[in-house]
Design a protein around this ligand. Structure first.
Ligand SMILES: [Mg+2]
Length: 211
């Protein structure tokens, strides 16, 4: 069995980084601490979309080192290894940002961040760099997920699961740390999508049957 995982905002978290970048640039005195709130607030301003894209170019590029490893990702990947489950990272990430002036290689920034967090260390998560795939488009991303024959795919963006070509054989897990409601985990009516707020919940569902 192979499990596929998205990268940005599923493995690497940017909420605190976006807030600091926005404050450094004087965009807010005290920036919203959730990335989506920050984005929505900026988009209401003149040139807000452009400002947002420039912030993104920085966060995913030159300032990537300030991103955080989301809580529980490492435990999940280690549990997969122990259960003999293969893990692939499949990310929609272009090589360069459209709105960056410094020409930072976004894929290299992400790879350096993974190295820094021990993704490829024998004493760390012990992943193989060949199991990390960067794709130029969302269509190419779902084609990769299909080609890898992922039994599960975990992503923070619901649109990925709705993309034509997302394999019907892959179970969808939406990583949604800001989900509201009482249930920690809820499957929708069709059971097509599993919504989880925390990586430990994902582990319980995805690997629960493995033990
Ligand atoms: Mg993502």
């Amino acid at each position: 069995m192979r499990i596929g995982i998205d990268f940005d905002n599923t493995i690497a978290g940017y909420d605190a980084l976006f807030a600091s970048l926005a404050e450094e640039r004087g965009l807010f005195q005290s920036a919203p601490t959730a990335k989506r709130e920050l984005r929505d607030a900026l988009r209401l301003r003149p040139e807000g979309e452009l400002t947002w894209r420039r912030l993104q170019a920085e966060a995913y590029g030159g300032r990537m080192a300030g991103a955080e490893l989301l809580d529980g990702v490492d435990r999940f990947i280690q549990s997969c290894r122990q259960a003999g489950v293969a893990v692939s990272i499949v990310s929609h990430k272009t090589q360069h940002a459209n709105f960056a002036s410094d020409g930072t290689d976004l894929r290299r920034a992400a790879t350096a961040w993974m190295e820094e967090h021990g993704f490829f260390d024998a004493m760390g998560l012990h992943m193989n760099p060949d199991d990390v795939h960067f794709e130029d488009t969302r269509a190419a991303k779902v084609a990769r997920i299909a080609a890898l024959n992922c039994a599960w795919f975990i992503d923070d963006l619901e649109e990925v699961f709705a993309e034509p070509g997302f394999p019907k054989t892959a179970r969808a897990v939406l990583y949604d740390p800001h989900a509201t409601g009482n249930a920690a985990v809820e499957a929708d009516a069709t059971d097509a999508l599993l919504r989880c707020r925390h990586w430990d919940e994902i582990g319980g569902h995805v690997l629960g049957g493995q033990h």
